[in-house]
Design a protein around this ligand. Structure first.
Ligand code: SF4
Length: 344
Protein backbone atom coordinates (compact mmCIF):
# COMPACT_ATOMS: atom_id res chain seq x y z
CA UNK A 1 0.00 0.00 0.00
CA UNK A 2 1.55 3.34 -1.10
CA UNK A 3 2.34 5.94 1.58
CA UNK A 4 0.07 8.96 1.43
CA UNK A 5 1.11 12.58 1.42
CA UNK A 6 -0.59 15.24 3.55
CA UNK A 7 -0.70 18.90 2.51
CA UNK A 8 1.36 19.95 5.56
CA UNK A 9 4.09 17.37 4.87
CA UNK A 10 4.23 18.49 1.24
CA UNK A 11 4.35 22.17 2.18
CA UNK A 12 7.13 21.38 4.64
CA UNK A 13 9.25 19.96 1.76
CA UNK A 14 8.42 22.59 -0.82
CA UNK A 15 8.43 25.73 1.30
CA UNK A 16 12.23 26.03 0.81
CA UNK A 17 11.79 26.51 -2.94
CA UNK A 18 12.16 30.22 -3.50
CA UNK A 19 13.24 30.73 -7.11
CA UNK A 20 10.84 31.36 -9.90
CA UNK A 21 7.42 32.76 -10.53
CA UNK A 22 4.08 31.36 -9.47
CA UNK A 23 4.81 27.94 -11.04
CA UNK A 24 7.57 27.18 -8.53
CA UNK A 25 6.42 28.91 -5.35
CA UNK A 26 4.27 26.96 -2.94
CA UNK A 27 1.64 27.80 -0.33
CA UNK A 28 -0.27 25.45 1.94
CA UNK A 29 -3.28 26.06 -0.29
CA UNK A 30 -1.46 24.96 -3.49
CA UNK A 31 -0.20 21.88 -1.63
CA UNK A 32 -3.78 21.03 -0.55
CA UNK A 33 -4.82 21.08 -4.21
CA UNK A 34 -1.93 18.84 -5.31
CA UNK A 35 -2.15 16.16 -2.62
CA UNK A 36 -5.20 14.23 -4.02
CA UNK A 37 -3.45 13.99 -7.41
CA UNK A 38 -0.19 12.85 -5.83
CA UNK A 39 -1.86 10.16 -3.75
CA UNK A 40 -3.82 8.86 -6.73
CA UNK A 41 -0.61 8.66 -8.79
CA UNK A 42 1.16 6.74 -6.00
CA UNK A 43 -1.69 4.25 -5.78
CA UNK A 44 -2.00 3.74 -9.54
CA UNK A 45 1.76 3.46 -10.01
CA UNK A 46 1.85 0.52 -7.60
CA UNK A 47 -1.21 -1.14 -9.07
CA UNK A 48 0.11 -0.87 -12.62
CA UNK A 49 3.67 -1.98 -11.90
CA UNK A 50 5.14 1.31 -13.13
CA UNK A 51 8.21 3.28 -12.13
CA UNK A 52 8.38 7.06 -12.48
CA UNK A 53 11.72 8.57 -13.47
CA UNK A 54 12.02 12.36 -13.41
CA UNK A 55 14.70 14.69 -14.71
CA UNK A 56 16.00 17.26 -12.21
CA UNK A 57 14.56 20.05 -14.39
CA UNK A 58 10.89 19.04 -13.96
CA UNK A 59 8.71 20.71 -11.32
CA UNK A 60 9.66 20.22 -7.66
CA UNK A 61 6.25 18.74 -6.69
CA UNK A 62 6.98 15.82 -9.06
CA UNK A 63 10.57 15.38 -7.88
CA UNK A 64 9.78 15.18 -4.16
CA UNK A 65 6.59 13.09 -4.25
CA UNK A 66 5.89 10.67 -7.10
CA UNK A 67 9.37 10.22 -8.66
CA UNK A 68 11.11 6.93 -7.84
CA UNK A 69 14.38 8.28 -9.20
CA UNK A 70 15.57 11.79 -10.00
CA UNK A 71 18.68 12.66 -12.00
CA UNK A 72 20.13 13.74 -15.31
CA UNK A 73 19.58 12.00 -18.62
CA UNK A 74 22.46 9.56 -18.20
CA UNK A 75 21.71 8.66 -14.56
CA UNK A 76 18.05 8.04 -15.41
CA UNK A 77 18.95 5.81 -18.35
CA UNK A 78 20.97 3.65 -15.98
CA UNK A 79 18.05 3.60 -13.51
CA UNK A 80 15.78 2.58 -16.37
CA UNK A 81 18.16 -0.26 -17.16
CA UNK A 82 17.93 -1.58 -13.59
CA UNK A 83 14.14 -1.19 -13.33
CA UNK A 84 12.13 -4.35 -12.73
CA UNK A 85 8.71 -2.75 -13.32
CA UNK A 86 7.02 -3.39 -16.65
CA UNK A 87 6.33 0.28 -17.44
CA UNK A 88 8.61 3.31 -17.20
CA UNK A 89 6.91 6.69 -17.01
CA UNK A 90 9.65 9.14 -17.93
CA UNK A 91 8.90 12.71 -16.82
CA UNK A 92 11.39 14.47 -19.11
CA UNK A 93 11.65 15.05 -22.88
CA UNK A 94 11.39 12.62 -25.78
CA UNK A 95 15.07 12.03 -26.55
CA UNK A 96 15.59 10.93 -22.93
CA UNK A 97 12.71 8.46 -23.22
CA UNK A 98 14.33 7.16 -26.40
CA UNK A 99 17.65 6.59 -24.61
CA UNK A 100 15.80 4.67 -21.89
CA UNK A 101 14.07 2.59 -24.58
CA UNK A 102 17.37 1.91 -26.39
CA UNK A 103 18.70 0.45 -23.15
CA UNK A 104 15.42 -1.36 -22.35
CA UNK A 105 13.84 -2.41 -25.64
CA UNK A 106 11.55 -4.90 -23.91
CA UNK A 107 9.96 -2.32 -21.58
CA UNK A 108 7.16 0.13 -22.25
CA UNK A 109 8.48 3.71 -21.97
CA UNK A 110 5.84 6.44 -21.73
CA UNK A 111 6.36 10.22 -21.86
CA UNK A 112 3.54 12.11 -20.12
CA UNK A 113 4.06 15.45 -21.87
CA UNK A 114 2.93 16.18 -25.43
CA UNK A 115 5.33 19.14 -25.63
CA UNK A 116 8.43 17.01 -25.30
CA UNK A 117 10.94 18.57 -27.70
CA UNK A 118 14.37 20.05 -26.96
CA UNK A 119 16.01 22.93 -28.84
CA UNK A 120 19.31 21.06 -28.80
CA UNK A 121 18.18 17.56 -29.82
CA UNK A 122 15.87 19.05 -32.48
CA UNK A 123 18.66 21.16 -34.04
CA UNK A 124 19.91 18.30 -36.23
CA UNK A 125 18.30 15.49 -38.21
CA UNK A 126 19.45 12.06 -39.29
CA UNK A 127 19.79 13.17 -42.93
CA UNK A 128 21.92 16.17 -41.90
CA UNK A 129 24.30 13.81 -40.07
CA UNK A 130 24.47 11.56 -43.15
CA UNK A 131 25.34 14.62 -45.24
CA UNK A 132 28.06 15.67 -42.74
CA UNK A 133 29.52 12.17 -42.80
CA UNK A 134 29.90 12.38 -46.54
CA UNK A 135 31.58 15.81 -46.19
CA UNK A 136 33.91 14.66 -43.40
CA UNK A 137 34.61 10.97 -44.12
CA UNK A 138 37.81 10.94 -42.03
CA UNK A 139 36.19 12.28 -38.84
CA UNK A 140 34.95 10.29 -35.85
CA UNK A 141 31.38 11.41 -35.16
CA UNK A 142 30.72 12.06 -31.47
CA UNK A 143 27.18 12.93 -30.36
CA UNK A 144 26.00 14.39 -27.09
CA UNK A 145 23.39 12.25 -25.32
CA UNK A 146 20.93 15.09 -26.06
CA UNK A 147 20.17 13.73 -29.54
CA UNK A 148 17.39 11.67 -31.07
CA UNK A 149 17.77 7.91 -31.59
CA UNK A 150 17.97 8.50 -35.38
CA UNK A 151 20.91 10.88 -34.94
CA UNK A 152 22.68 8.52 -32.52
CA UNK A 153 22.27 5.78 -35.12
CA UNK A 154 24.52 7.75 -37.52
CA UNK A 155 27.26 8.51 -34.97
CA UNK A 156 30.24 6.50 -33.70
CA UNK A 157 30.08 7.27 -29.98
CA UNK A 158 27.72 9.03 -27.60
CA UNK A 159 28.95 11.22 -24.72
CA UNK A 160 27.51 13.08 -21.74
CA UNK A 161 28.51 16.47 -20.40
CA UNK A 162 30.51 14.73 -17.68
CA UNK A 163 32.55 12.37 -19.89
CA UNK A 164 32.89 14.24 -23.21
CA UNK A 165 36.49 15.44 -22.71
CA UNK A 166 37.65 12.14 -21.30
CA UNK A 167 36.15 10.12 -24.19
CA UNK A 168 37.23 12.49 -26.99
CA UNK A 169 40.78 12.44 -25.56
CA UNK A 170 40.81 8.64 -25.85
CA UNK A 171 39.51 8.42 -29.42
CA UNK A 172 42.17 7.07 -31.73
CA UNK A 173 41.60 9.73 -34.40
CA UNK A 174 42.67 13.35 -34.29
CA UNK A 175 39.71 14.44 -36.43
CA UNK A 176 36.47 14.75 -34.47
CA UNK A 177 33.01 15.98 -35.44
CA UNK A 178 31.02 16.84 -32.31
CA UNK A 179 27.27 17.44 -32.42
CA UNK A 180 24.83 19.03 -31.84
CA UNK A 181 25.93 21.63 -29.23
CA UNK A 182 28.12 24.48 -30.55
CA UNK A 183 28.74 25.93 -27.08
CA UNK A 184 29.73 22.59 -25.59
CA UNK A 185 31.88 22.04 -28.69
CA UNK A 186 33.73 25.31 -28.01
CA UNK A 187 34.16 24.37 -24.34
CA UNK A 188 35.45 20.97 -25.43
CA UNK A 189 38.07 22.59 -27.70
CA UNK A 190 39.25 24.77 -24.78
CA UNK A 191 39.39 21.84 -22.33
CA UNK A 192 41.35 19.67 -24.76
CA UNK A 193 43.82 22.53 -25.33
CA UNK A 194 44.20 22.98 -21.54
CA UNK A 195 44.99 19.29 -21.20
CA UNK A 196 47.45 19.40 -24.10
CA UNK A 197 45.34 17.01 -26.21
CA UNK A 198 45.74 17.79 -29.92
CA UNK A 199 42.53 17.21 -31.92
CA UNK A 200 40.88 19.01 -34.79
CA UNK A 201 37.28 19.43 -33.56
CA UNK A 202 34.46 20.56 -35.82
CA UNK A 203 31.01 21.07 -34.33
CA UNK A 204 27.38 21.61 -35.29
CA UNK A 205 25.52 24.85 -34.57
CA UNK A 206 22.81 23.69 -32.12
CA UNK A 207 22.24 25.23 -28.69
CA UNK A 208 20.13 24.71 -25.61
CA UNK A 209 17.99 27.85 -25.53
CA UNK A 210 18.05 27.89 -21.69
CA UNK A 211 21.85 27.76 -21.24
CA UNK A 212 22.59 29.92 -24.28
CA UNK A 213 20.76 32.79 -22.63
CA UNK A 214 23.27 33.30 -19.83
CA UNK A 215 25.86 35.97 -20.60
CA UNK A 216 29.12 37.09 -18.95
CA UNK A 217 27.57 40.42 -17.90
CA UNK A 218 25.12 38.55 -15.67
CA UNK A 219 27.98 36.56 -14.10
CA UNK A 220 29.95 39.79 -13.50
CA UNK A 221 26.88 41.39 -11.93
CA UNK A 222 26.34 38.43 -9.57
CA UNK A 223 30.05 38.46 -8.64
CA UNK A 224 29.84 42.10 -7.71
CA UNK A 225 26.52 41.80 -5.80
CA UNK A 226 27.35 38.50 -4.07
CA UNK A 227 31.15 38.21 -3.82
CA UNK A 228 30.96 35.16 -1.55
CA UNK A 229 28.70 33.14 -3.85
CA UNK A 230 30.22 30.19 -5.74
CA UNK A 231 29.24 30.45 -9.41
CA UNK A 232 28.55 27.07 -10.98
CA UNK A 233 27.77 26.57 -14.65
CA UNK A 234 26.84 23.83 -17.11
CA UNK A 235 29.03 23.18 -20.19
CA UNK A 236 26.03 24.00 -22.41
CA UNK A 237 26.73 27.66 -21.43
CA UNK A 238 28.99 29.85 -23.59
CA UNK A 239 32.78 29.72 -23.21
CA UNK A 240 32.79 33.29 -21.82
CA UNK A 241 30.37 32.25 -19.05
CA UNK A 242 32.33 29.06 -18.36
CA UNK A 243 35.58 31.08 -18.11
CA UNK A 244 34.07 33.22 -15.32
CA UNK A 245 32.66 30.31 -13.32
CA UNK A 246 34.15 28.73 -10.19
CA UNK A 247 33.06 25.27 -11.30
CA UNK A 248 31.71 23.72 -14.51
CA UNK A 249 29.98 20.36 -14.64
CA UNK A 250 27.00 18.23 -15.61
CA UNK A 251 23.86 18.52 -13.48
CA UNK A 252 24.93 15.61 -11.25
CA UNK A 253 28.44 17.07 -10.91
CA UNK A 254 26.93 20.46 -10.02
CA UNK A 255 24.77 18.79 -7.35
CA UNK A 256 27.77 17.04 -5.83
CA UNK A 257 29.83 20.23 -5.91
CA UNK A 258 27.16 22.16 -3.98
CA UNK A 259 26.72 19.36 -1.43
CA UNK A 260 30.45 18.97 -0.82
CA UNK A 261 31.72 22.56 -1.21
CA UNK A 262 32.15 24.77 1.84
CA UNK A 263 30.53 27.95 0.41
CA UNK A 264 27.16 28.94 1.94
CA UNK A 265 25.87 30.74 -1.15
CA UNK A 266 25.55 29.53 -4.79
CA UNK A 267 24.49 30.82 -8.16
CA UNK A 268 23.73 27.96 -10.57
CA UNK A 269 23.71 28.73 -14.28
CA UNK A 270 21.37 26.02 -15.45
CA UNK A 271 17.64 25.29 -15.62
CA UNK A 272 16.17 26.49 -12.33
CA UNK A 273 14.71 23.05 -11.52
CA UNK A 274 18.14 21.99 -10.31
CA UNK A 275 18.27 24.93 -7.93
CA UNK A 276 14.76 24.12 -6.66
CA UNK A 277 15.82 20.51 -6.14
CA UNK A 278 18.87 21.61 -4.14
CA UNK A 279 16.75 23.99 -2.09
CA UNK A 280 14.68 21.00 -0.93
CA UNK A 281 17.70 18.69 -0.44
CA UNK A 282 20.22 21.16 1.06
CA UNK A 283 18.03 23.70 2.90
CA UNK A 284 20.98 24.98 4.97
CA UNK A 285 22.63 26.51 1.86
CA UNK A 286 21.50 29.66 0.13
CA UNK A 287 20.78 29.94 -3.60
CA UNK A 288 20.55 33.13 -5.59
CA UNK A 289 19.69 33.51 -9.22
CA UNK A 290 17.04 33.76 -11.81
CA UNK A 291 14.19 31.62 -12.97
CA UNK A 292 15.43 30.02 -16.22
CA UNK A 293 12.81 27.47 -17.12
CA UNK A 294 12.88 24.91 -19.88
CA UNK A 295 9.38 25.03 -21.34
CA UNK A 296 9.71 21.41 -22.50
CA UNK A 297 10.74 19.99 -19.13
CA UNK A 298 8.18 22.07 -17.27
CA UNK A 299 5.38 20.76 -19.48
CA UNK A 300 5.50 17.58 -17.39
CA UNK A 301 2.75 17.91 -14.79
CA UNK A 302 1.08 15.84 -12.08
CA UNK A 303 -2.09 15.86 -14.22
CA UNK A 304 -0.12 14.52 -17.19
CA UNK A 305 1.46 11.74 -15.13
CA UNK A 306 -1.91 10.73 -13.68
CA UNK A 307 -3.46 10.69 -17.15
CA UNK A 308 -0.56 8.53 -18.41
CA UNK A 309 -1.18 5.97 -15.68
CA UNK A 310 -4.95 6.00 -16.17
CA UNK A 311 -4.87 5.87 -19.98
CA UNK A 312 -1.40 4.83 -21.22
CA UNK A 313 -2.60 5.15 -24.83
CA UNK A 314 -2.96 8.93 -24.29
CA UNK A 315 0.78 9.29 -23.59
CA UNK A 316 3.73 9.20 -26.02
CA UNK A 317 4.71 5.53 -26.22
CA UNK A 318 8.34 5.38 -27.34
CA UNK A 319 8.83 2.99 -30.25
CA UNK A 320 12.09 2.77 -32.18
CA UNK A 321 12.56 1.12 -35.54
CA UNK A 322 14.63 -2.12 -35.21
CA UNK A 323 17.44 -0.94 -37.50
CA UNK A 324 17.74 2.42 -35.71
CA UNK A 325 17.59 0.60 -32.35
CA UNK A 326 20.57 -1.57 -33.25
CA UNK A 327 22.76 1.24 -34.60
CA UNK A 328 21.87 3.79 -31.88
CA UNK A 329 22.44 1.19 -29.18
CA UNK A 330 25.93 0.48 -30.49
CA UNK A 331 26.67 4.25 -30.36
CA UNK A 332 25.67 4.25 -26.64
CA UNK A 333 27.53 0.99 -26.02
CA UNK A 334 30.66 2.60 -27.43
CA UNK A 335 30.37 5.19 -24.63
CA UNK A 336 30.07 2.43 -22.03
CA UNK A 337 33.14 0.76 -23.52
CA UNK A 338 35.15 3.97 -22.96
CA UNK A 339 33.58 4.62 -19.55
CA UNK A 340 32.79 1.13 -18.30
CA UNK A 341 30.24 2.29 -15.67
CA UNK A 342 27.92 -0.74 -15.91
CA UNK A 343 28.03 -4.41 -16.76
CA UNK A 344 26.08 -5.42 -19.82
S1 SF4 B 1 17.07 22.45 -20.83
FE1 SF4 B 1 17.88 22.72 -22.91
S2 SF4 B 1 18.90 20.75 -23.39
FE2 SF4 B 1 17.52 20.40 -21.61
S3 SF4 B 1 15.57 19.71 -22.54
FE3 SF4 B 1 15.40 21.96 -22.26
S4 SF4 B 1 16.05 22.78 -24.27
FE4 SF4 B 1 16.78 20.65 -24.18
Amino acid sequence: MANKWSATALFDRLSHVSLGGSTCLYSLETCEKMVPLINEILELKERQDAIILAHSYVSPEILVTVADAVGDSYELSLKAKQATEKTIVFAAVKFMGETAKLLNPEKQVLIPSQKNGCSLADSITQSQVKQLRSEYPDHTFVCYINTTAEVKAECDVCVTSSNVTQIVSQIDNDKIYFLPDRLMGQNLVNELAEKGVKKEVKYWDGTCYVHEDYDPELVAYIRQKHPKAAIVSHPECSESVVALSDYVGSTSQMMNYVKEHEADQYFLLTECGLTSRLQTEVPNKQFIGSCSMCKYMKSNTLDGILQTLKEPESAININIDQRIQKKARSCIDAMFDYNQPIKR
